[in-house]
Design a protein around this ligand. Sequence first.
Ligand code: UP5
Ligand code: MG
Length: 190
Amino acid sequence: PGEKKITVVFVLGGPGSGKGTQCANIVKHFGFTHLSAGDLLRAEIKSGSENGTMIQNMIREGKIVPSEVTIKLLQKAMLESGNDKFLIDGFPRNTENRAAFENVTKIEPKFVLFFDCPEEEMERRLLSRNQGRDDDNIETIRKRFKVFVESSLPVVEYYDAKGKVRKIDAAKPIDEVFEAVKAIFAPFNA
Ligand code: UP5
Ligand code: MG
């Protein structure tokens, strides 16, 4: 165990399950810093970094960007935040992401918040989001769903076996989902 007491919660769930929406609520009530791996990767594309084109192509195909790229962005954002409580949203997305994060940072998540939502509902939400995301088209959405089931759900299962998963029914309206989320984070208000 490291010297500094850092609290990390992984926020996982399928594309459009509401990770970003609920993280914004958690930040307001519980003093966490929200780090969306997808947002950090999209910012990296915009910044014109040398990895930008590679990241853009992978996101368009719904593929998972190499761990070292994502982990570097997460570590930098954690340092720059000055906070010690983090919601890491949309990461780890596969077993390799998970193992690499553990090895590099030595951080174990406090728990995993898992937003459970049927694909048809997630598809509806993504197709009506209209935020100009390159990956919100039906072809890429189907690829994202497939990668989620094949690569990301095993990460949830790994933490579930350790008793660390807090599963939320994410198909309900936003405020009802947040009521369930609040119950899980209540200890952090102390
Ligand atoms: N909405 C939200 N909650 C709702 C509710 N309860 N009822 C009705 N509507 C609801 O929500 C999506 C939409 O639904 C919004 O319009 C919202 O208002 C509405 P949002 O909160 O944005 O859902 P979220 O789960 O955050 O969806 P997102 O599309 O961001 O999830 P993804 O996991 O697909 O996207 P992410 O940005 O994490 O990753 C994108 C890509 O980046 C990946 O496919 C991958 O290619 C790459 N990536 C990596 O390679 N590595 C990483 O570590 C991370 C990403
Ligand atoms: Mg998101």
